[in-house]
Design a protein around this ligand. Structure first.
Ligand SMILES: *[C@@H]1O[C@H](CO)[C@@H](O)[C@H](O)[C@H]1NC(C)=O
Length: 184
């Protein structure tokens, strides 16, 4: 099928859903969408998309990853530091899957958003291509704080904690990746 056909049917679908009156997202949906888009930007390797989902004073706390040899020992401060660093740290194909999304509103008008993140990292370093040595899976817990800026919910703080890892740590550029064994 030609791309133009796909595009035509996509825009038809979009205009139809508008026509049957799909409403605006709720506040909760908008906040969840911000977190999903943040992760989508990592999978698309799009620094501009990542910036659009975060505030300029963003704090990224990945210090809990020190125990498995990745991440910075101090929280990173500022979108200008964090956006390029996060994109650069994930040069391989990634698939971030979020589950158990939860939003709670804080008394200062901000929102906390939490989720589990299953992060698949794929890089073809072994044959055949489907060898499990080509994949490193991390299960993480994310806690975000979002605030409204210019009518849009943006993340001002992202804190990540590792839960479990399996697969080939070599894919993350880590020393000592040993086949399919879990990384302690
Ligand atoms: C929001 O998260 C902060 C930590 O970032 C925590 O101290 C606070 O209790 C949370 N508030 C709610 C309502 O979940």
């Amino acid at each position: 099928m030609k791309l133009s056909h796909v595009l035509a049917s996509t825009s038809l679908f979009l205009s139809r859903t508008h026509a049957i009156g799909v409403g605006l997202p709720t506040t909760r949906e908008a906040i969840i969408d911000t977190l999903l888009t943040f992760y989508r930007s990592l999978d698309l390797k799009s620094e501009s998309l990542l910036r659009s989902t975060t505030t300029s004073d963003l704090v990224f706390d990945g210090t809990a990853f020190a125990s498995i040899g990745v991440g910075a020992p101090e929280p990173l401060v500022g979108q200008d530091v964090i956006a390029p660093a996060l994109i650069a740290s994930l040069p391989m194909t990634t698939s971030h899957n979020l589950a158990n999304l939860h939003v709670s509103f804080t008394s200062d008008g901000k929102a906390n958003v939490t989720a589990y993140v299953l992060a698949y990292h794929y890089k073809k370093i072994a044959q055949p291509a489907e060898s499990s040595r080509n994949v490193y899976l991390m299960s993480n817990w994310v806690e975000g704080v979002a605030r409204r800026e210019g009518g849009v919910w943006k993340l001002e703080r992202v804190k990540l904690e590792p839960f479990f890892q399996s697969g080939n740590a070599e894919i993350m550029g880590l020393e000592g990746g040993e086949g399919d064994e879990a990384v302690a």
